[in-house]
Design a protein around this ligand. Structure first.
Ligand code: GLU
Length: 468
């Protein structure tokens, strides 16, 4: 047996923000590695020292940890690999695949202007590219050269993308890429290739904003004597307005979903479906996803984020959580809202409220009916207290007190009996009861709600408002 070698990586640049589209580029390679029993590597592409920050690295690490995307190697920081990149640069120069170019920025600008004026696409013109029989210009004094990669002048470069199919670029369209700056620091496309080789990456699964880099990277692979990995370029994720997801147009960070009370398993499930499918399966576990994940069912067109659907999936997961776990997960949210768990059993409350909430935060907000001040708006309550209703509620106090069992069924029976006797409809009693006991107009079924409170609390609150 020759198992598919599967070494994948997530290679974010730590520049401040990580949204759902970004983390999806971690989820798919993670799932691919796990599916094949391979390895998943985390590489931090921090060579843009102006924009990279430790805080952004922390956000990446926290987001991955929260989503449960564990990695087998890393985090590997590109900044710590500089000596290795310099070695490989030297190798490329020695083998004739790279050459120093002394063209100054001013000369390059002038060249670009001439080309544009002539209606041409701006590109490096090969002034410093050595060719047999060609005499290079004299090396100017005191100028530190860049290193350029010697791209084949003719032919084309292509690959079989697992999402896009066959992709080809004419080499004539790719000019000689700068792979090292005047100070000797390597540039982005070069580092990616050295890393993908050294880390023995078999499958590169990344956003399709990198498609234009891929032909350049393939040339560098070959110059270094390696075959490129398999590529799968994922189509963009669009926001609900159909624009590319980005911080600028309001995309939320992954950690914000955590703070709003989404469950990581629900996020994984939702993102799994945002660009990949398994028949029409919508709700499936992380294990199921890993078992099913493949590159053959990646979507070819841009996926559109749908917040309602995400919330719907989250609600499914909230409803499936064992109550002790649900209560435990809710506690930090209650604390944030300043609600103190008392009197009412949190597991029971959460079990009742999760039916009408999409996130942990929404359940916690609803918990206010059990742990809040319960101060009804008198202007809402008083008009409901007609003489008949007052009388019925007065009797209710005695009946509730006398109940042999304090549970929803017994409370419901007591209420129904009173309705018949006083010729009232359920809302005529239920509404004022909600206001009196919970301070709110909207709650789940009133018998179920009352049953969760200590009986004494219910009686005391009804009495207090009848007196008022
Ligand atoms: N660092 C790149 C980015 O954040 C990803 C590079 C890659 O996946 O090859 O977009």
């Amino acid at each position: 047996m020759n198992p598919t070698p599967a070494r994948t990586r997530f290679a974010p640049s730590p520049t401040g923000f990580i949204h759902l589209g970004n983390i999806r580029s971690a989820l798919y390679p993670w799932a691919f590695a796990r599916h094949h029993g391979g390895q998943f590597v985390l590489r931090i592409e921090d060579t843009d020292t102006e924009r990279s920050t430790q805080a952004a690295v922390d956000v990446i690490l926290q987001s991955m940890q929260w989503m449960g995307l564990d990695y087998d190697e890393g985090p590997i920081y590109q900044m710590q690999r500089m000596p290795r990149y310099r070695d490989v640069l030297r190798q490329l120069v020695d083998a004739g695949h790279a050459y120093p170019c002394y063209m100054s920025t001013a000369e390059l600008d002038a060249l670009r202007e001439r080309q544009m004026a002539a209606g041409l696409k701006p590109r490096y013109d090969g002034t410093w590219r050595p060719e047999p029989g060609k005499t290079l210009p004299p090396v100017p004094e005191g100028v530190q050269p860049v290193l350029r990669f010697r791209t084949p002048a003719h032919g084309s470069v292509s690959w079989q993308d697992r999402v896009k199919g066959q992709v080809s670029f004419d080499n004539a369209e790719l000019d000689d890429l700068v792979i090292a700056r005047p100070d000797g620091t390597p540039t982005y496309n070069f580092c990616v290739v050295v890393d993908d080789i050294d880390m023995r990456i078999s499958h590169v699964i990344r956003g399709d904003d990198h498609v234009n880099n891929t032909p350049r990277q393939i040339h560098i692979f070959r110059a270094l004597g390696s075959e490129p990995p398999v590529y799968a370029h994922l189509p963009t994720v669009l926001n609900e307005q159909g624009e590319k997801l980005s911080k600028r147009n309001g995309a939320k960070s992954v950690l914000q979903y955590r703070d709003e009370g989404y469950l990581p398993d629900a996020m994984v499930n939702y993102l799994a479906r945002l660009g990949w499918s398994h028949g029409d399966a919508e709700v499936f576990s992380r294990e199921q996803f890993v078992q099913w994940f493949d590159l053959d069912h990646l979507g070819r067109s841009a996926a559109q984020f749908d917040g309602e659907k995400l919330k719907w999936i989250n609600a499914q997961y909230l409803r499936a959580l064992p109550l002790p776990q649900l209560a435990q997960q809710l506690r930090p949210f209650l604390e944030r809202l300043g609600l103190r768990e008392h009197g009412v059993d949190l597991q029971a409350a959460a079990g009742l409220l999760r039916e009408r909430a999409g996130t942990l935060l929404e359940i916690a907000e609803l918990c206010e009916m059990f742990y809040g001040e319960a101060q009804p708006q008198e202007q809402d309550l008083q008009p409901l207290l007609t003489p008949t209703v007052r009388e019925a509620l007065g009797e209710l106090v005695g009946r509730l007190q006398a109940l042999a069992q304090w549970d929803a069924a017994s409370i419901s029976a007591a209420l129904k009996q009173l309705l018949g006797e006083h010729k009232l409809k359920m809302p005529q009693l239920a509404m004022p009861l909600r206001h009196m006991v919970t301070g709110r107009a909207h709650t789940p079924s009133v018998d179920a709600v009352l049953a969760l409170f200590p009986r004494a609390t219910v009686l005391e609150r009804i009495r207090a408002h009848l007196r008022a």
